[in-house]
Design a protein around this ligand. Sequence first.
Ligand code: C2O
Ligand code: CU
Ligand code: CU
Length: 458
Amino acid sequence: GTSRGADRYEITQRRVTAEILPGVPTELWTYNGTYPGPTVESRRGRPVTVLHRNELPVPTVVHLHGGRTPAGSDGYPTDLVLPDGWAVHDGAHMPSDPRAVTSRVTREYTYPLDQRAALLWYHDHRMDFTAPAIWRGLTGMHLVRDAAEDALDLPRGERELALTIADRAFAADGSLAYPSLDPELRERPGVTAAYAAGVLGDVIVVNGAPWPAHEVDAVRHRLRLLNASNARHYRLEAVTDDGRRLDLVQVGADQGLLAAPVTHTALPLAPSERYDVVVDFAGLPPGSRVRLRNRLGAGRTRDVMAFRVARRAYDHSRIPEELCDDLPVWRRSQATAVREFAFRAGHTAQGRGWFVNGRPFDPARTDVRVRLGAVEVWRFTADVHHPVHLHQTRFRVLTRGGRAPLPHDAGLKDTVSLRPGETVEVITCFDGRRGRYLFHCHNAEHEDMGMMANLEIV
Ligand code: C2O
Ligand code: CU
Ligand code: CU
């Protein structure tokens, strides 16, 4: 800490050449030279400031996903940190409304973090170019801790594993393959379609390593799962050598602890969702293996990573039946508005894209104005799969497909995965801060193609 009472970090955004595939150099865009970027850990209510310096060849914007942050530090898509030597009037790279642009080479972001313990993550959020920036490596984790979580005897220390799961594709020379960055490829219809649907890779990368194997003691482990993929969905299961599926005991969602644990044998994970699960390796023979698999994958994308059981050990962790009792309860009868948002493909004079209520993102337009403190029900509909994310707020899933939510919808979330054709209702209270925020699809290509809207809290 410093005399100002805030923890202060400095992050330089820069290119590095690293080895993701063994023996093959890959150029990455990084926070402080690593992929993923440094994991920041902080305490609830203790402000953090992060000074970002942009040494990349393109403008950037940093968003702390899940953070309840003043609008000026939320990483609005036109709130750019410019590369050295760039000027605001460099017209070719300006968004449609130049008045919305502020920029500088370094920028200090301030995060009050007056919020429950949770796994947040930070990533690039530049208008129209978020997807390639994330693909090239601009993601990192931010863990918020608090006393309520400390009081539980969940697995900790080396028995708590924070896992950034993402897929990537590589060209023959080791560079990251991303369809829309190559103007020649982009003209080929198959590639255009792959871009529009959301870019997938055939290599599963966990904490920067392809299909890693991690050594564990034969005890409970807490897995903090983040799907940092641009577009890939997972349905994770933990499978032993003899084909047994271990329970995934969910203790937390995007926005922190659940009221009570929920046991899954497979857990869906949409882009940007986080799940906090406990897996028990007790009773597995030393030398055996547990594979974390993706039931939605095919061929080698069915595998995610493995745990190799090293030795028996004493386990002092437990999973209490009640995890917390301070979750806000919002009732439909309190809601002062019910709003509808359709997440669908569409076209305008400028071409095809992915839109919210028929319109592509426009920084100059306010799409929704809500009152600070209002409880509202938001009803989302989808044509294809869209993980819908709200900045600044946490919500509960009220209904899914006209029925009760599914077991994995439990708790406070900031992203909800709409399945094809599905309607999902969420309820929230806009009790954070006033200002201009966003909501959008977290399929990063859909977001870049316009599936984002402005939320103004007044
Ligand atoms: Cu994870 Cu608006 O973003
Ligand atoms: Cu966010
Ligand atoms: Cu989408």
